[in-house]
Design a protein around this ligand. Structure first.
Ligand SMILES: [Zn+2]
Length: 422
């Protein structure tokens, strides 16, 4: 079913885009602004190669958003650092102003308040929505309504969120996120569900026009924890959310603008480990995140009691990660894994802590083995300064091309849609 929808999406793109691309753009009434947190060009490329390899190809199978007719490369540095954090980049993408790392909704002087494009949309009478897959008080969504020197000052952020007057704000609970796509149970919310609800709600509030910012916040979290399969899962989920907006665009092609970008790259993801090869397709055997693996180990230890041991764990890994099954381990890899398991069980394992996650030596070993199987590398667990992509379709989309700075994106949207952004 998913494959059918995806093929349909690509087919419609192929058929619909040239005509759309040549048409002179009217002013858009419905504006979608998608931000993939941590989604550098390689996160997109890895996901497309993953899809291609699942279909038995060497090349890529395109994502819906990456097939939009206009694209640009975006620089992301902040006013204080060569490598931005999500607060400064969120501010740049929301307001068109650079600020220092850690600050939200402040300008170059770090004290002057600057308004966001969501606020500008509200001033023009559009219905306004801000959504995310992480907490709505997290840096990226907060950049669209808050003005505070420190992104961790949640007291101020919550107070400003309460009075911003936007029509639809939705995401995970404060300080929490939705479930990862890989771990999601039936009935649990996805970004696509949220976008669907946002469109219904905003269109009801004002059928004449709305602005919706929707963040895929956990691409970044998966990159911080170097969980390659989770990165691809979250990017696929982001694409599914954009397909909902694309569907809306098809019903209102002359009046809709969709802009998709990222705030920065995370993890320094490289699509090889040398030897002119990469195999993200092998990540299809990973059925849960590394974070979930930690929970599952605790669950099995409790449930199996005396029977919990290396044999049970090997079966579990074969079933849920393909390790030792679809993805054979060589002797050295098998030894490393066993040793990491034994160290963890003896309580002498060296756990690894990253920004949003703490993994046991065993979980960290599985994580590294999956990178080896996929022939991908993470350079670190922080953000990087690599270009991020920008893709656009719809009324005014031709403005998004070439090499641009992140501050130009909201300014372009404002100009195209006639919004009062200063
Ligand atoms: Zn981050």
């Amino acid at each position: 079913m998913r494959k059918t929808i995806f093929t349909l999406c690509c087919l419609l793109l192929t058929l619909g885009v040239p005509a759309q691309a040549k048409k002179k753009s009217a002013q858009p009434k419905y504006i979608f602004y998608f931000i993939g947190d941590g989604m550098g060009v390689n996160q997109v490329n890895a996901t497309e190669i993953f899809l291609g390899q699942k279909e038995g190809k060497h090349g890529t199978s395109p994502l819906c958003f990456a097939s939009f007719p206009y694209s640009a490369l975006v620089t992301t540095h902040s006013a204080s650092n060569g490598v931005t954090d999500s607060a400064a980049s969120g501010t740049a993408l929301a307001t068109g102003h650079k600020t220092k790392n850690g600050a939200l909704g402040l300008g170059e002087e770090f004290t002057d308040t600057v308004q966001s494009i969501a606020w500008a949309a509200k001033q023009k009478g559009l219905a306004v929505g801000v959504t995310t897959t992480v907490g709505t008080d997290h840096a990226t969504p907060a950049a669209f309504y808050a003005h505070v020197n420190d992104r961790n000052n949640t007291k101020v952020i919550h107070a400003q969120r309460a009075v911003c007057g936007y029509d639809f704000i939705m995401g995970g609970a404060d300080g929490q996120s939705l479930a990862y796509r890989l771990d999601r149970k039936e009935g649990e919310l996805s970004q696509a569900d949220i976008v669907r609800m946002a469109i219904d709600s905003l269109y009801r509030v004002n059928p004449k026009g709305f602005f919706l910012m929707s963040e895929g916040g956990m691409i970044d979290w998966a990159c911080h924890s170097n969980d390659a399969a989770a990165v691809i899962g979250e990017t696929l989920d982001f694409d599914d959310a954009i397909k909902v907006a694309y569907n809306f665009y098809q019903q209102h092609p002359d009046e809709t603008l969709i802009v998709v970008t990222a705030d920065h790259e995370t993890g320094g993801l490289v699509l090889t480990r040398g030897y002119y090869e990469t195999r993200p397709g092998n990540l299809q055997y990973q059925k849960m995140t590394i974070k979930r693996l930690g929970w599952e180990m605790n669950r099995m230890r409790k449930e199996l009691g005396e029977r919990f041991g290396w044999e049970a764990v090997q079966d579990f890994l074969k079933e849920n990660f393909g390790l030792g099954g679809a993805l054979p381990l060589n002797n050295r890899q098998a030894e490393r894994l066993k040793k990491a398991f034994e160290n963890t069980e003896k309580g002498i394992g060296k756990g690894e802590k990253t920004l949003y996650q703490e993994d046991s030596e065993f979980c960290a070993c599985v994580r590294t083995l999956m990178q080896e199987m996929a022939l991908v590398t993470f350079a670190h667990t922080c953000h990087s300064a690599g270009y991020v992509p920008c893709f656009a379709i719809g009324a005014g989309a031709e403005q998004f091309s070439g090499r641009i700075d992140n501050t130009e994106i909201p300014k372009k949207i404002a100009k195209i849609a006639g919004l009062p952004l200063e």
